[in-house]
Design a protein around this ligand. Structure first.
Ligand code: IFM
Length: 449
């Protein structure tokens, strides 16, 4: 069957579009024992009581998963470096760890996979956590120094950097809801201070990377949730929805765009002019829609009750709270929210917890439709990364939530493709490459690249 550009089923994506999968160090490497998440696990705080163990065994054999990734026909892969391996004690550097990351990046290039490297994906070295992590202003120079080391060691092998993964999740779950370490609840002002330090650390890292690599592309990954009032007739539900939407989706991003300090520190006269405009792209991690309502039952979440109507598509539920409604159309909300940056946009994460692969094929298909629509409307989308390649350790849900295109048995380390792996590969094969705007490129099939 002709899948050429004139085929009505073909979908055009710009030349150079990054098709990838996304991962993070603690979730895939295995045997990380020197960060605050391993301490959290030892303290019995993983709800499923699972242990990360070997995870996907990347520290010894990431290459087997790079081979799997290649079978999907993708051209990019996102991973993160583990600060606690590279700087195991304050200002003591482990060159072997850096060499291992070099070997991974070389292995990616050898397979035609463009590496996207995240510097911080939720984990802190124990020594850094003991100093107060990003609640302390000292975190800014410490993160900058770490960034310099990494970029000096790996910069010849990577141009695409994310400073922080989901700073809004790190802050909300660590300082409001107490679900992530350090397990603090309702610390409104401290959370704002942490956000402020994360913004400063991001800006310092942005400049440090550019000093070393003027052409680097540096951004961060913003988690975006579509919030909707549970009852649109209820003024309190509407107010709570607006509040959480602004606080969660905009706080960090607004600081980077405008140089304003996070709420409520902006009202106390703080500002962050050095942070303004420190990104070359915005990375969007989009998964779910949640209904928001007031409930006296929801004391744990400060009376914000998050629900999913029973008739809406949902992947596997979390152990205590719903993961959320799978709502591919919400990608449009996410992209629209970050258009004011006027920067390229990457979907750095998207997926669904779905052990039985009931929803994932539909989610992939629908997300491709949304991206295609967004591109045809002029959105500057440059890449899509599915979360994730093989099932990995889902933070405080442990092995309970399975996001992989490949099913993983963590005991035996065997992998089996879910039907979605083929679906993703097919969708990529069927894309065609359009004439890139303002460039004189011929119209060619993706297969011919
Ligand atoms: O596994 C996480 C990832 O670490 C950050 N973004 C969401 C994913 C799925 O919940």
């Amino acid at each position: 069957m002709d899948k050429g550009p004139t085929d009505k089923h073909s979908r055009e994506f710009p030349a150079g579009f990054a098709w990838g999968v996304s991962t993070s160090s603690h979730q895939v490497e295995g045997n990380n024992s020197n960060n605050q998440w391993s301490a959290w696990e030892k303290a019995g705080r993983i709800k499923s009581r699972d242990q990360v163990g070997l995870a996907c065994d990347w520290w010894t054999n990431a290459e087997q998963d790079f081979d799997l990734a290649k079978t999907l026909g993708i051209n990019a892969l996102r991973l993160s470096v583990e600060w606690s391996r590279i700087e195991p004690s304050e200002n003591i550097w482990d060159n072997e760890a850096l060499q291992r990351y070099r070997a991974m990046l070389v292995a990616l290039h050898a397979r035609g996979l463009r590496p996207f490297v995240t510097l911080h994906h939720f984990t802190n070295p124990l020594w850094f956590e003991a100093k107060g992590a990003f609640a302390s202003p000292e975190s800014v120079p410490l993160f900058e120094r770490f960034t310099r080391r990494v970029v000096e060691a790996l910069g010849d092998l990577c141009c695409d950097w994310s400073t922080f993964n989901e700073p809004n999740v790190y802050v909300s779950l660590g300082y409001f809801l107490g679900e992530f370490p350090p397990g603090k609840k309702g610390r409104f002002i401290q959370a704002a201070r942490v956000t402020e330090n994360l913004c400063r650390a991001h800006a310092a890292a942005y400049r440090a990377i550019h000093e070393f690599q003027p052409n680097a592309q540096v951004g961060w990954a913003q988690h975006y949730v579509v919030f909707k009032p549970r009852n649109k007739e209820s003024a309190i539900d509407r107010w709570m929805t607006r509040f959480i939407d602004r606080r969660f989706n905009d706080n960090f991003a607004d600081c980077i765009r405008t140089g304003r300090a996070p709420f409520p520190l902006d009202l106390l006269g703080h500002s962050l002019p050095e942070v303004k405009d420190t990104c070359d792209y915005v990375g969007i991690n989009y998964y779910i829609r949640l209904r928001v309502g007031f409930s006296l039952r929801a004391r744990k979440t400060m009376y914000f009750e998050f629900t999913v109507p029973p008739h809406k598509p949902q992947g596997d539920p979390g152990i205590e709270i719903p993961y959320g409604e799978a709502f591919p159309k919400g990608l449009r909300h996410a992209v629209r929210r970050f258009l004011p940056f006027n920067k390229p946009l990457y979907i750095l994460e998207n997926g669904v917890p779905d052990r039985a692969d009931r929803l994932r094929p539909w989610l992939l298909e629908s997300t491709f439709q949304q991206m295609h629509r967004l591109l045809s409307e002029g959105a500057d989308l440059r890449g899509y990364f599915h979360w994730t390649l093989a099932d990995n350790f889902e933070w405080n849900e442990g092995w309970h939530l399975r996001f992989g295109l490949f099913e993983l048995d963590p005991e035996t380390q065997t992998r089996r493709p879910r039907p979605s792996a083929d679906v993703y590969a097919r969708l990529i094969r069927e894309t065609t490459v359009a004439v890139a705007l303002n460039q004189d490129l011929p119209l060619v099939h993706a297969e011919e690249r």
